[in-house]
Write a protein that binds this ligand. Structure first.
Ligand code: FES
Length: 104
């Protein structure tokens, strides 16, 4: 039987073609590196996902369980987002693109 790891948040980086072309894979790696070096982020799962069909607004990132989708992500916004998740602050209101209803 697999041992469950504790997860409070799941951060997903779109790695569809358009977002990949705008550096989403590097942003995912950056987020994983920050997570690995930050004790307050040990329960953050960082993974990639397929296209969210918002390609012109990418790189797109989704955060669950909040159901927040963020657009136009870059390095500084990724660092800021992880700081805000660590500090339990509402993340990136300036980049909030969409809130999925009933996500929580
Ligand atoms: S490739 Fe990212 S939203 Fe389509």
């Amino acid at each position: 039987m697999n041992k469950k790891i504790p997860i409070d948040h799941h951060l997903l980086f779109c790695t569809g073609n358009k977002c990949m072309g705008k550096g989403s894979e590097d942003l995912k790696i950056l987020a994983q590196n920050i997570r690995d070096q930050t004790p307050g982020l040990s329960t953050l799962l960082v993974t990639k996902m397929g296209c969210l069909k918002q390609c012109e607004s990418g790189p797109m990132v989704a955060l669950y369980p909040e159901g927040f989708w963020f657009s136009d992500m870059n390095t500084s916004r990724t660092v800021k987002l992880l700081d805000q998740i660590r500090d339990h602050r509402p993340p990136l209101p300036e980049n909030l693109y969409f809130v999925l209803d009933n996500a929580e």
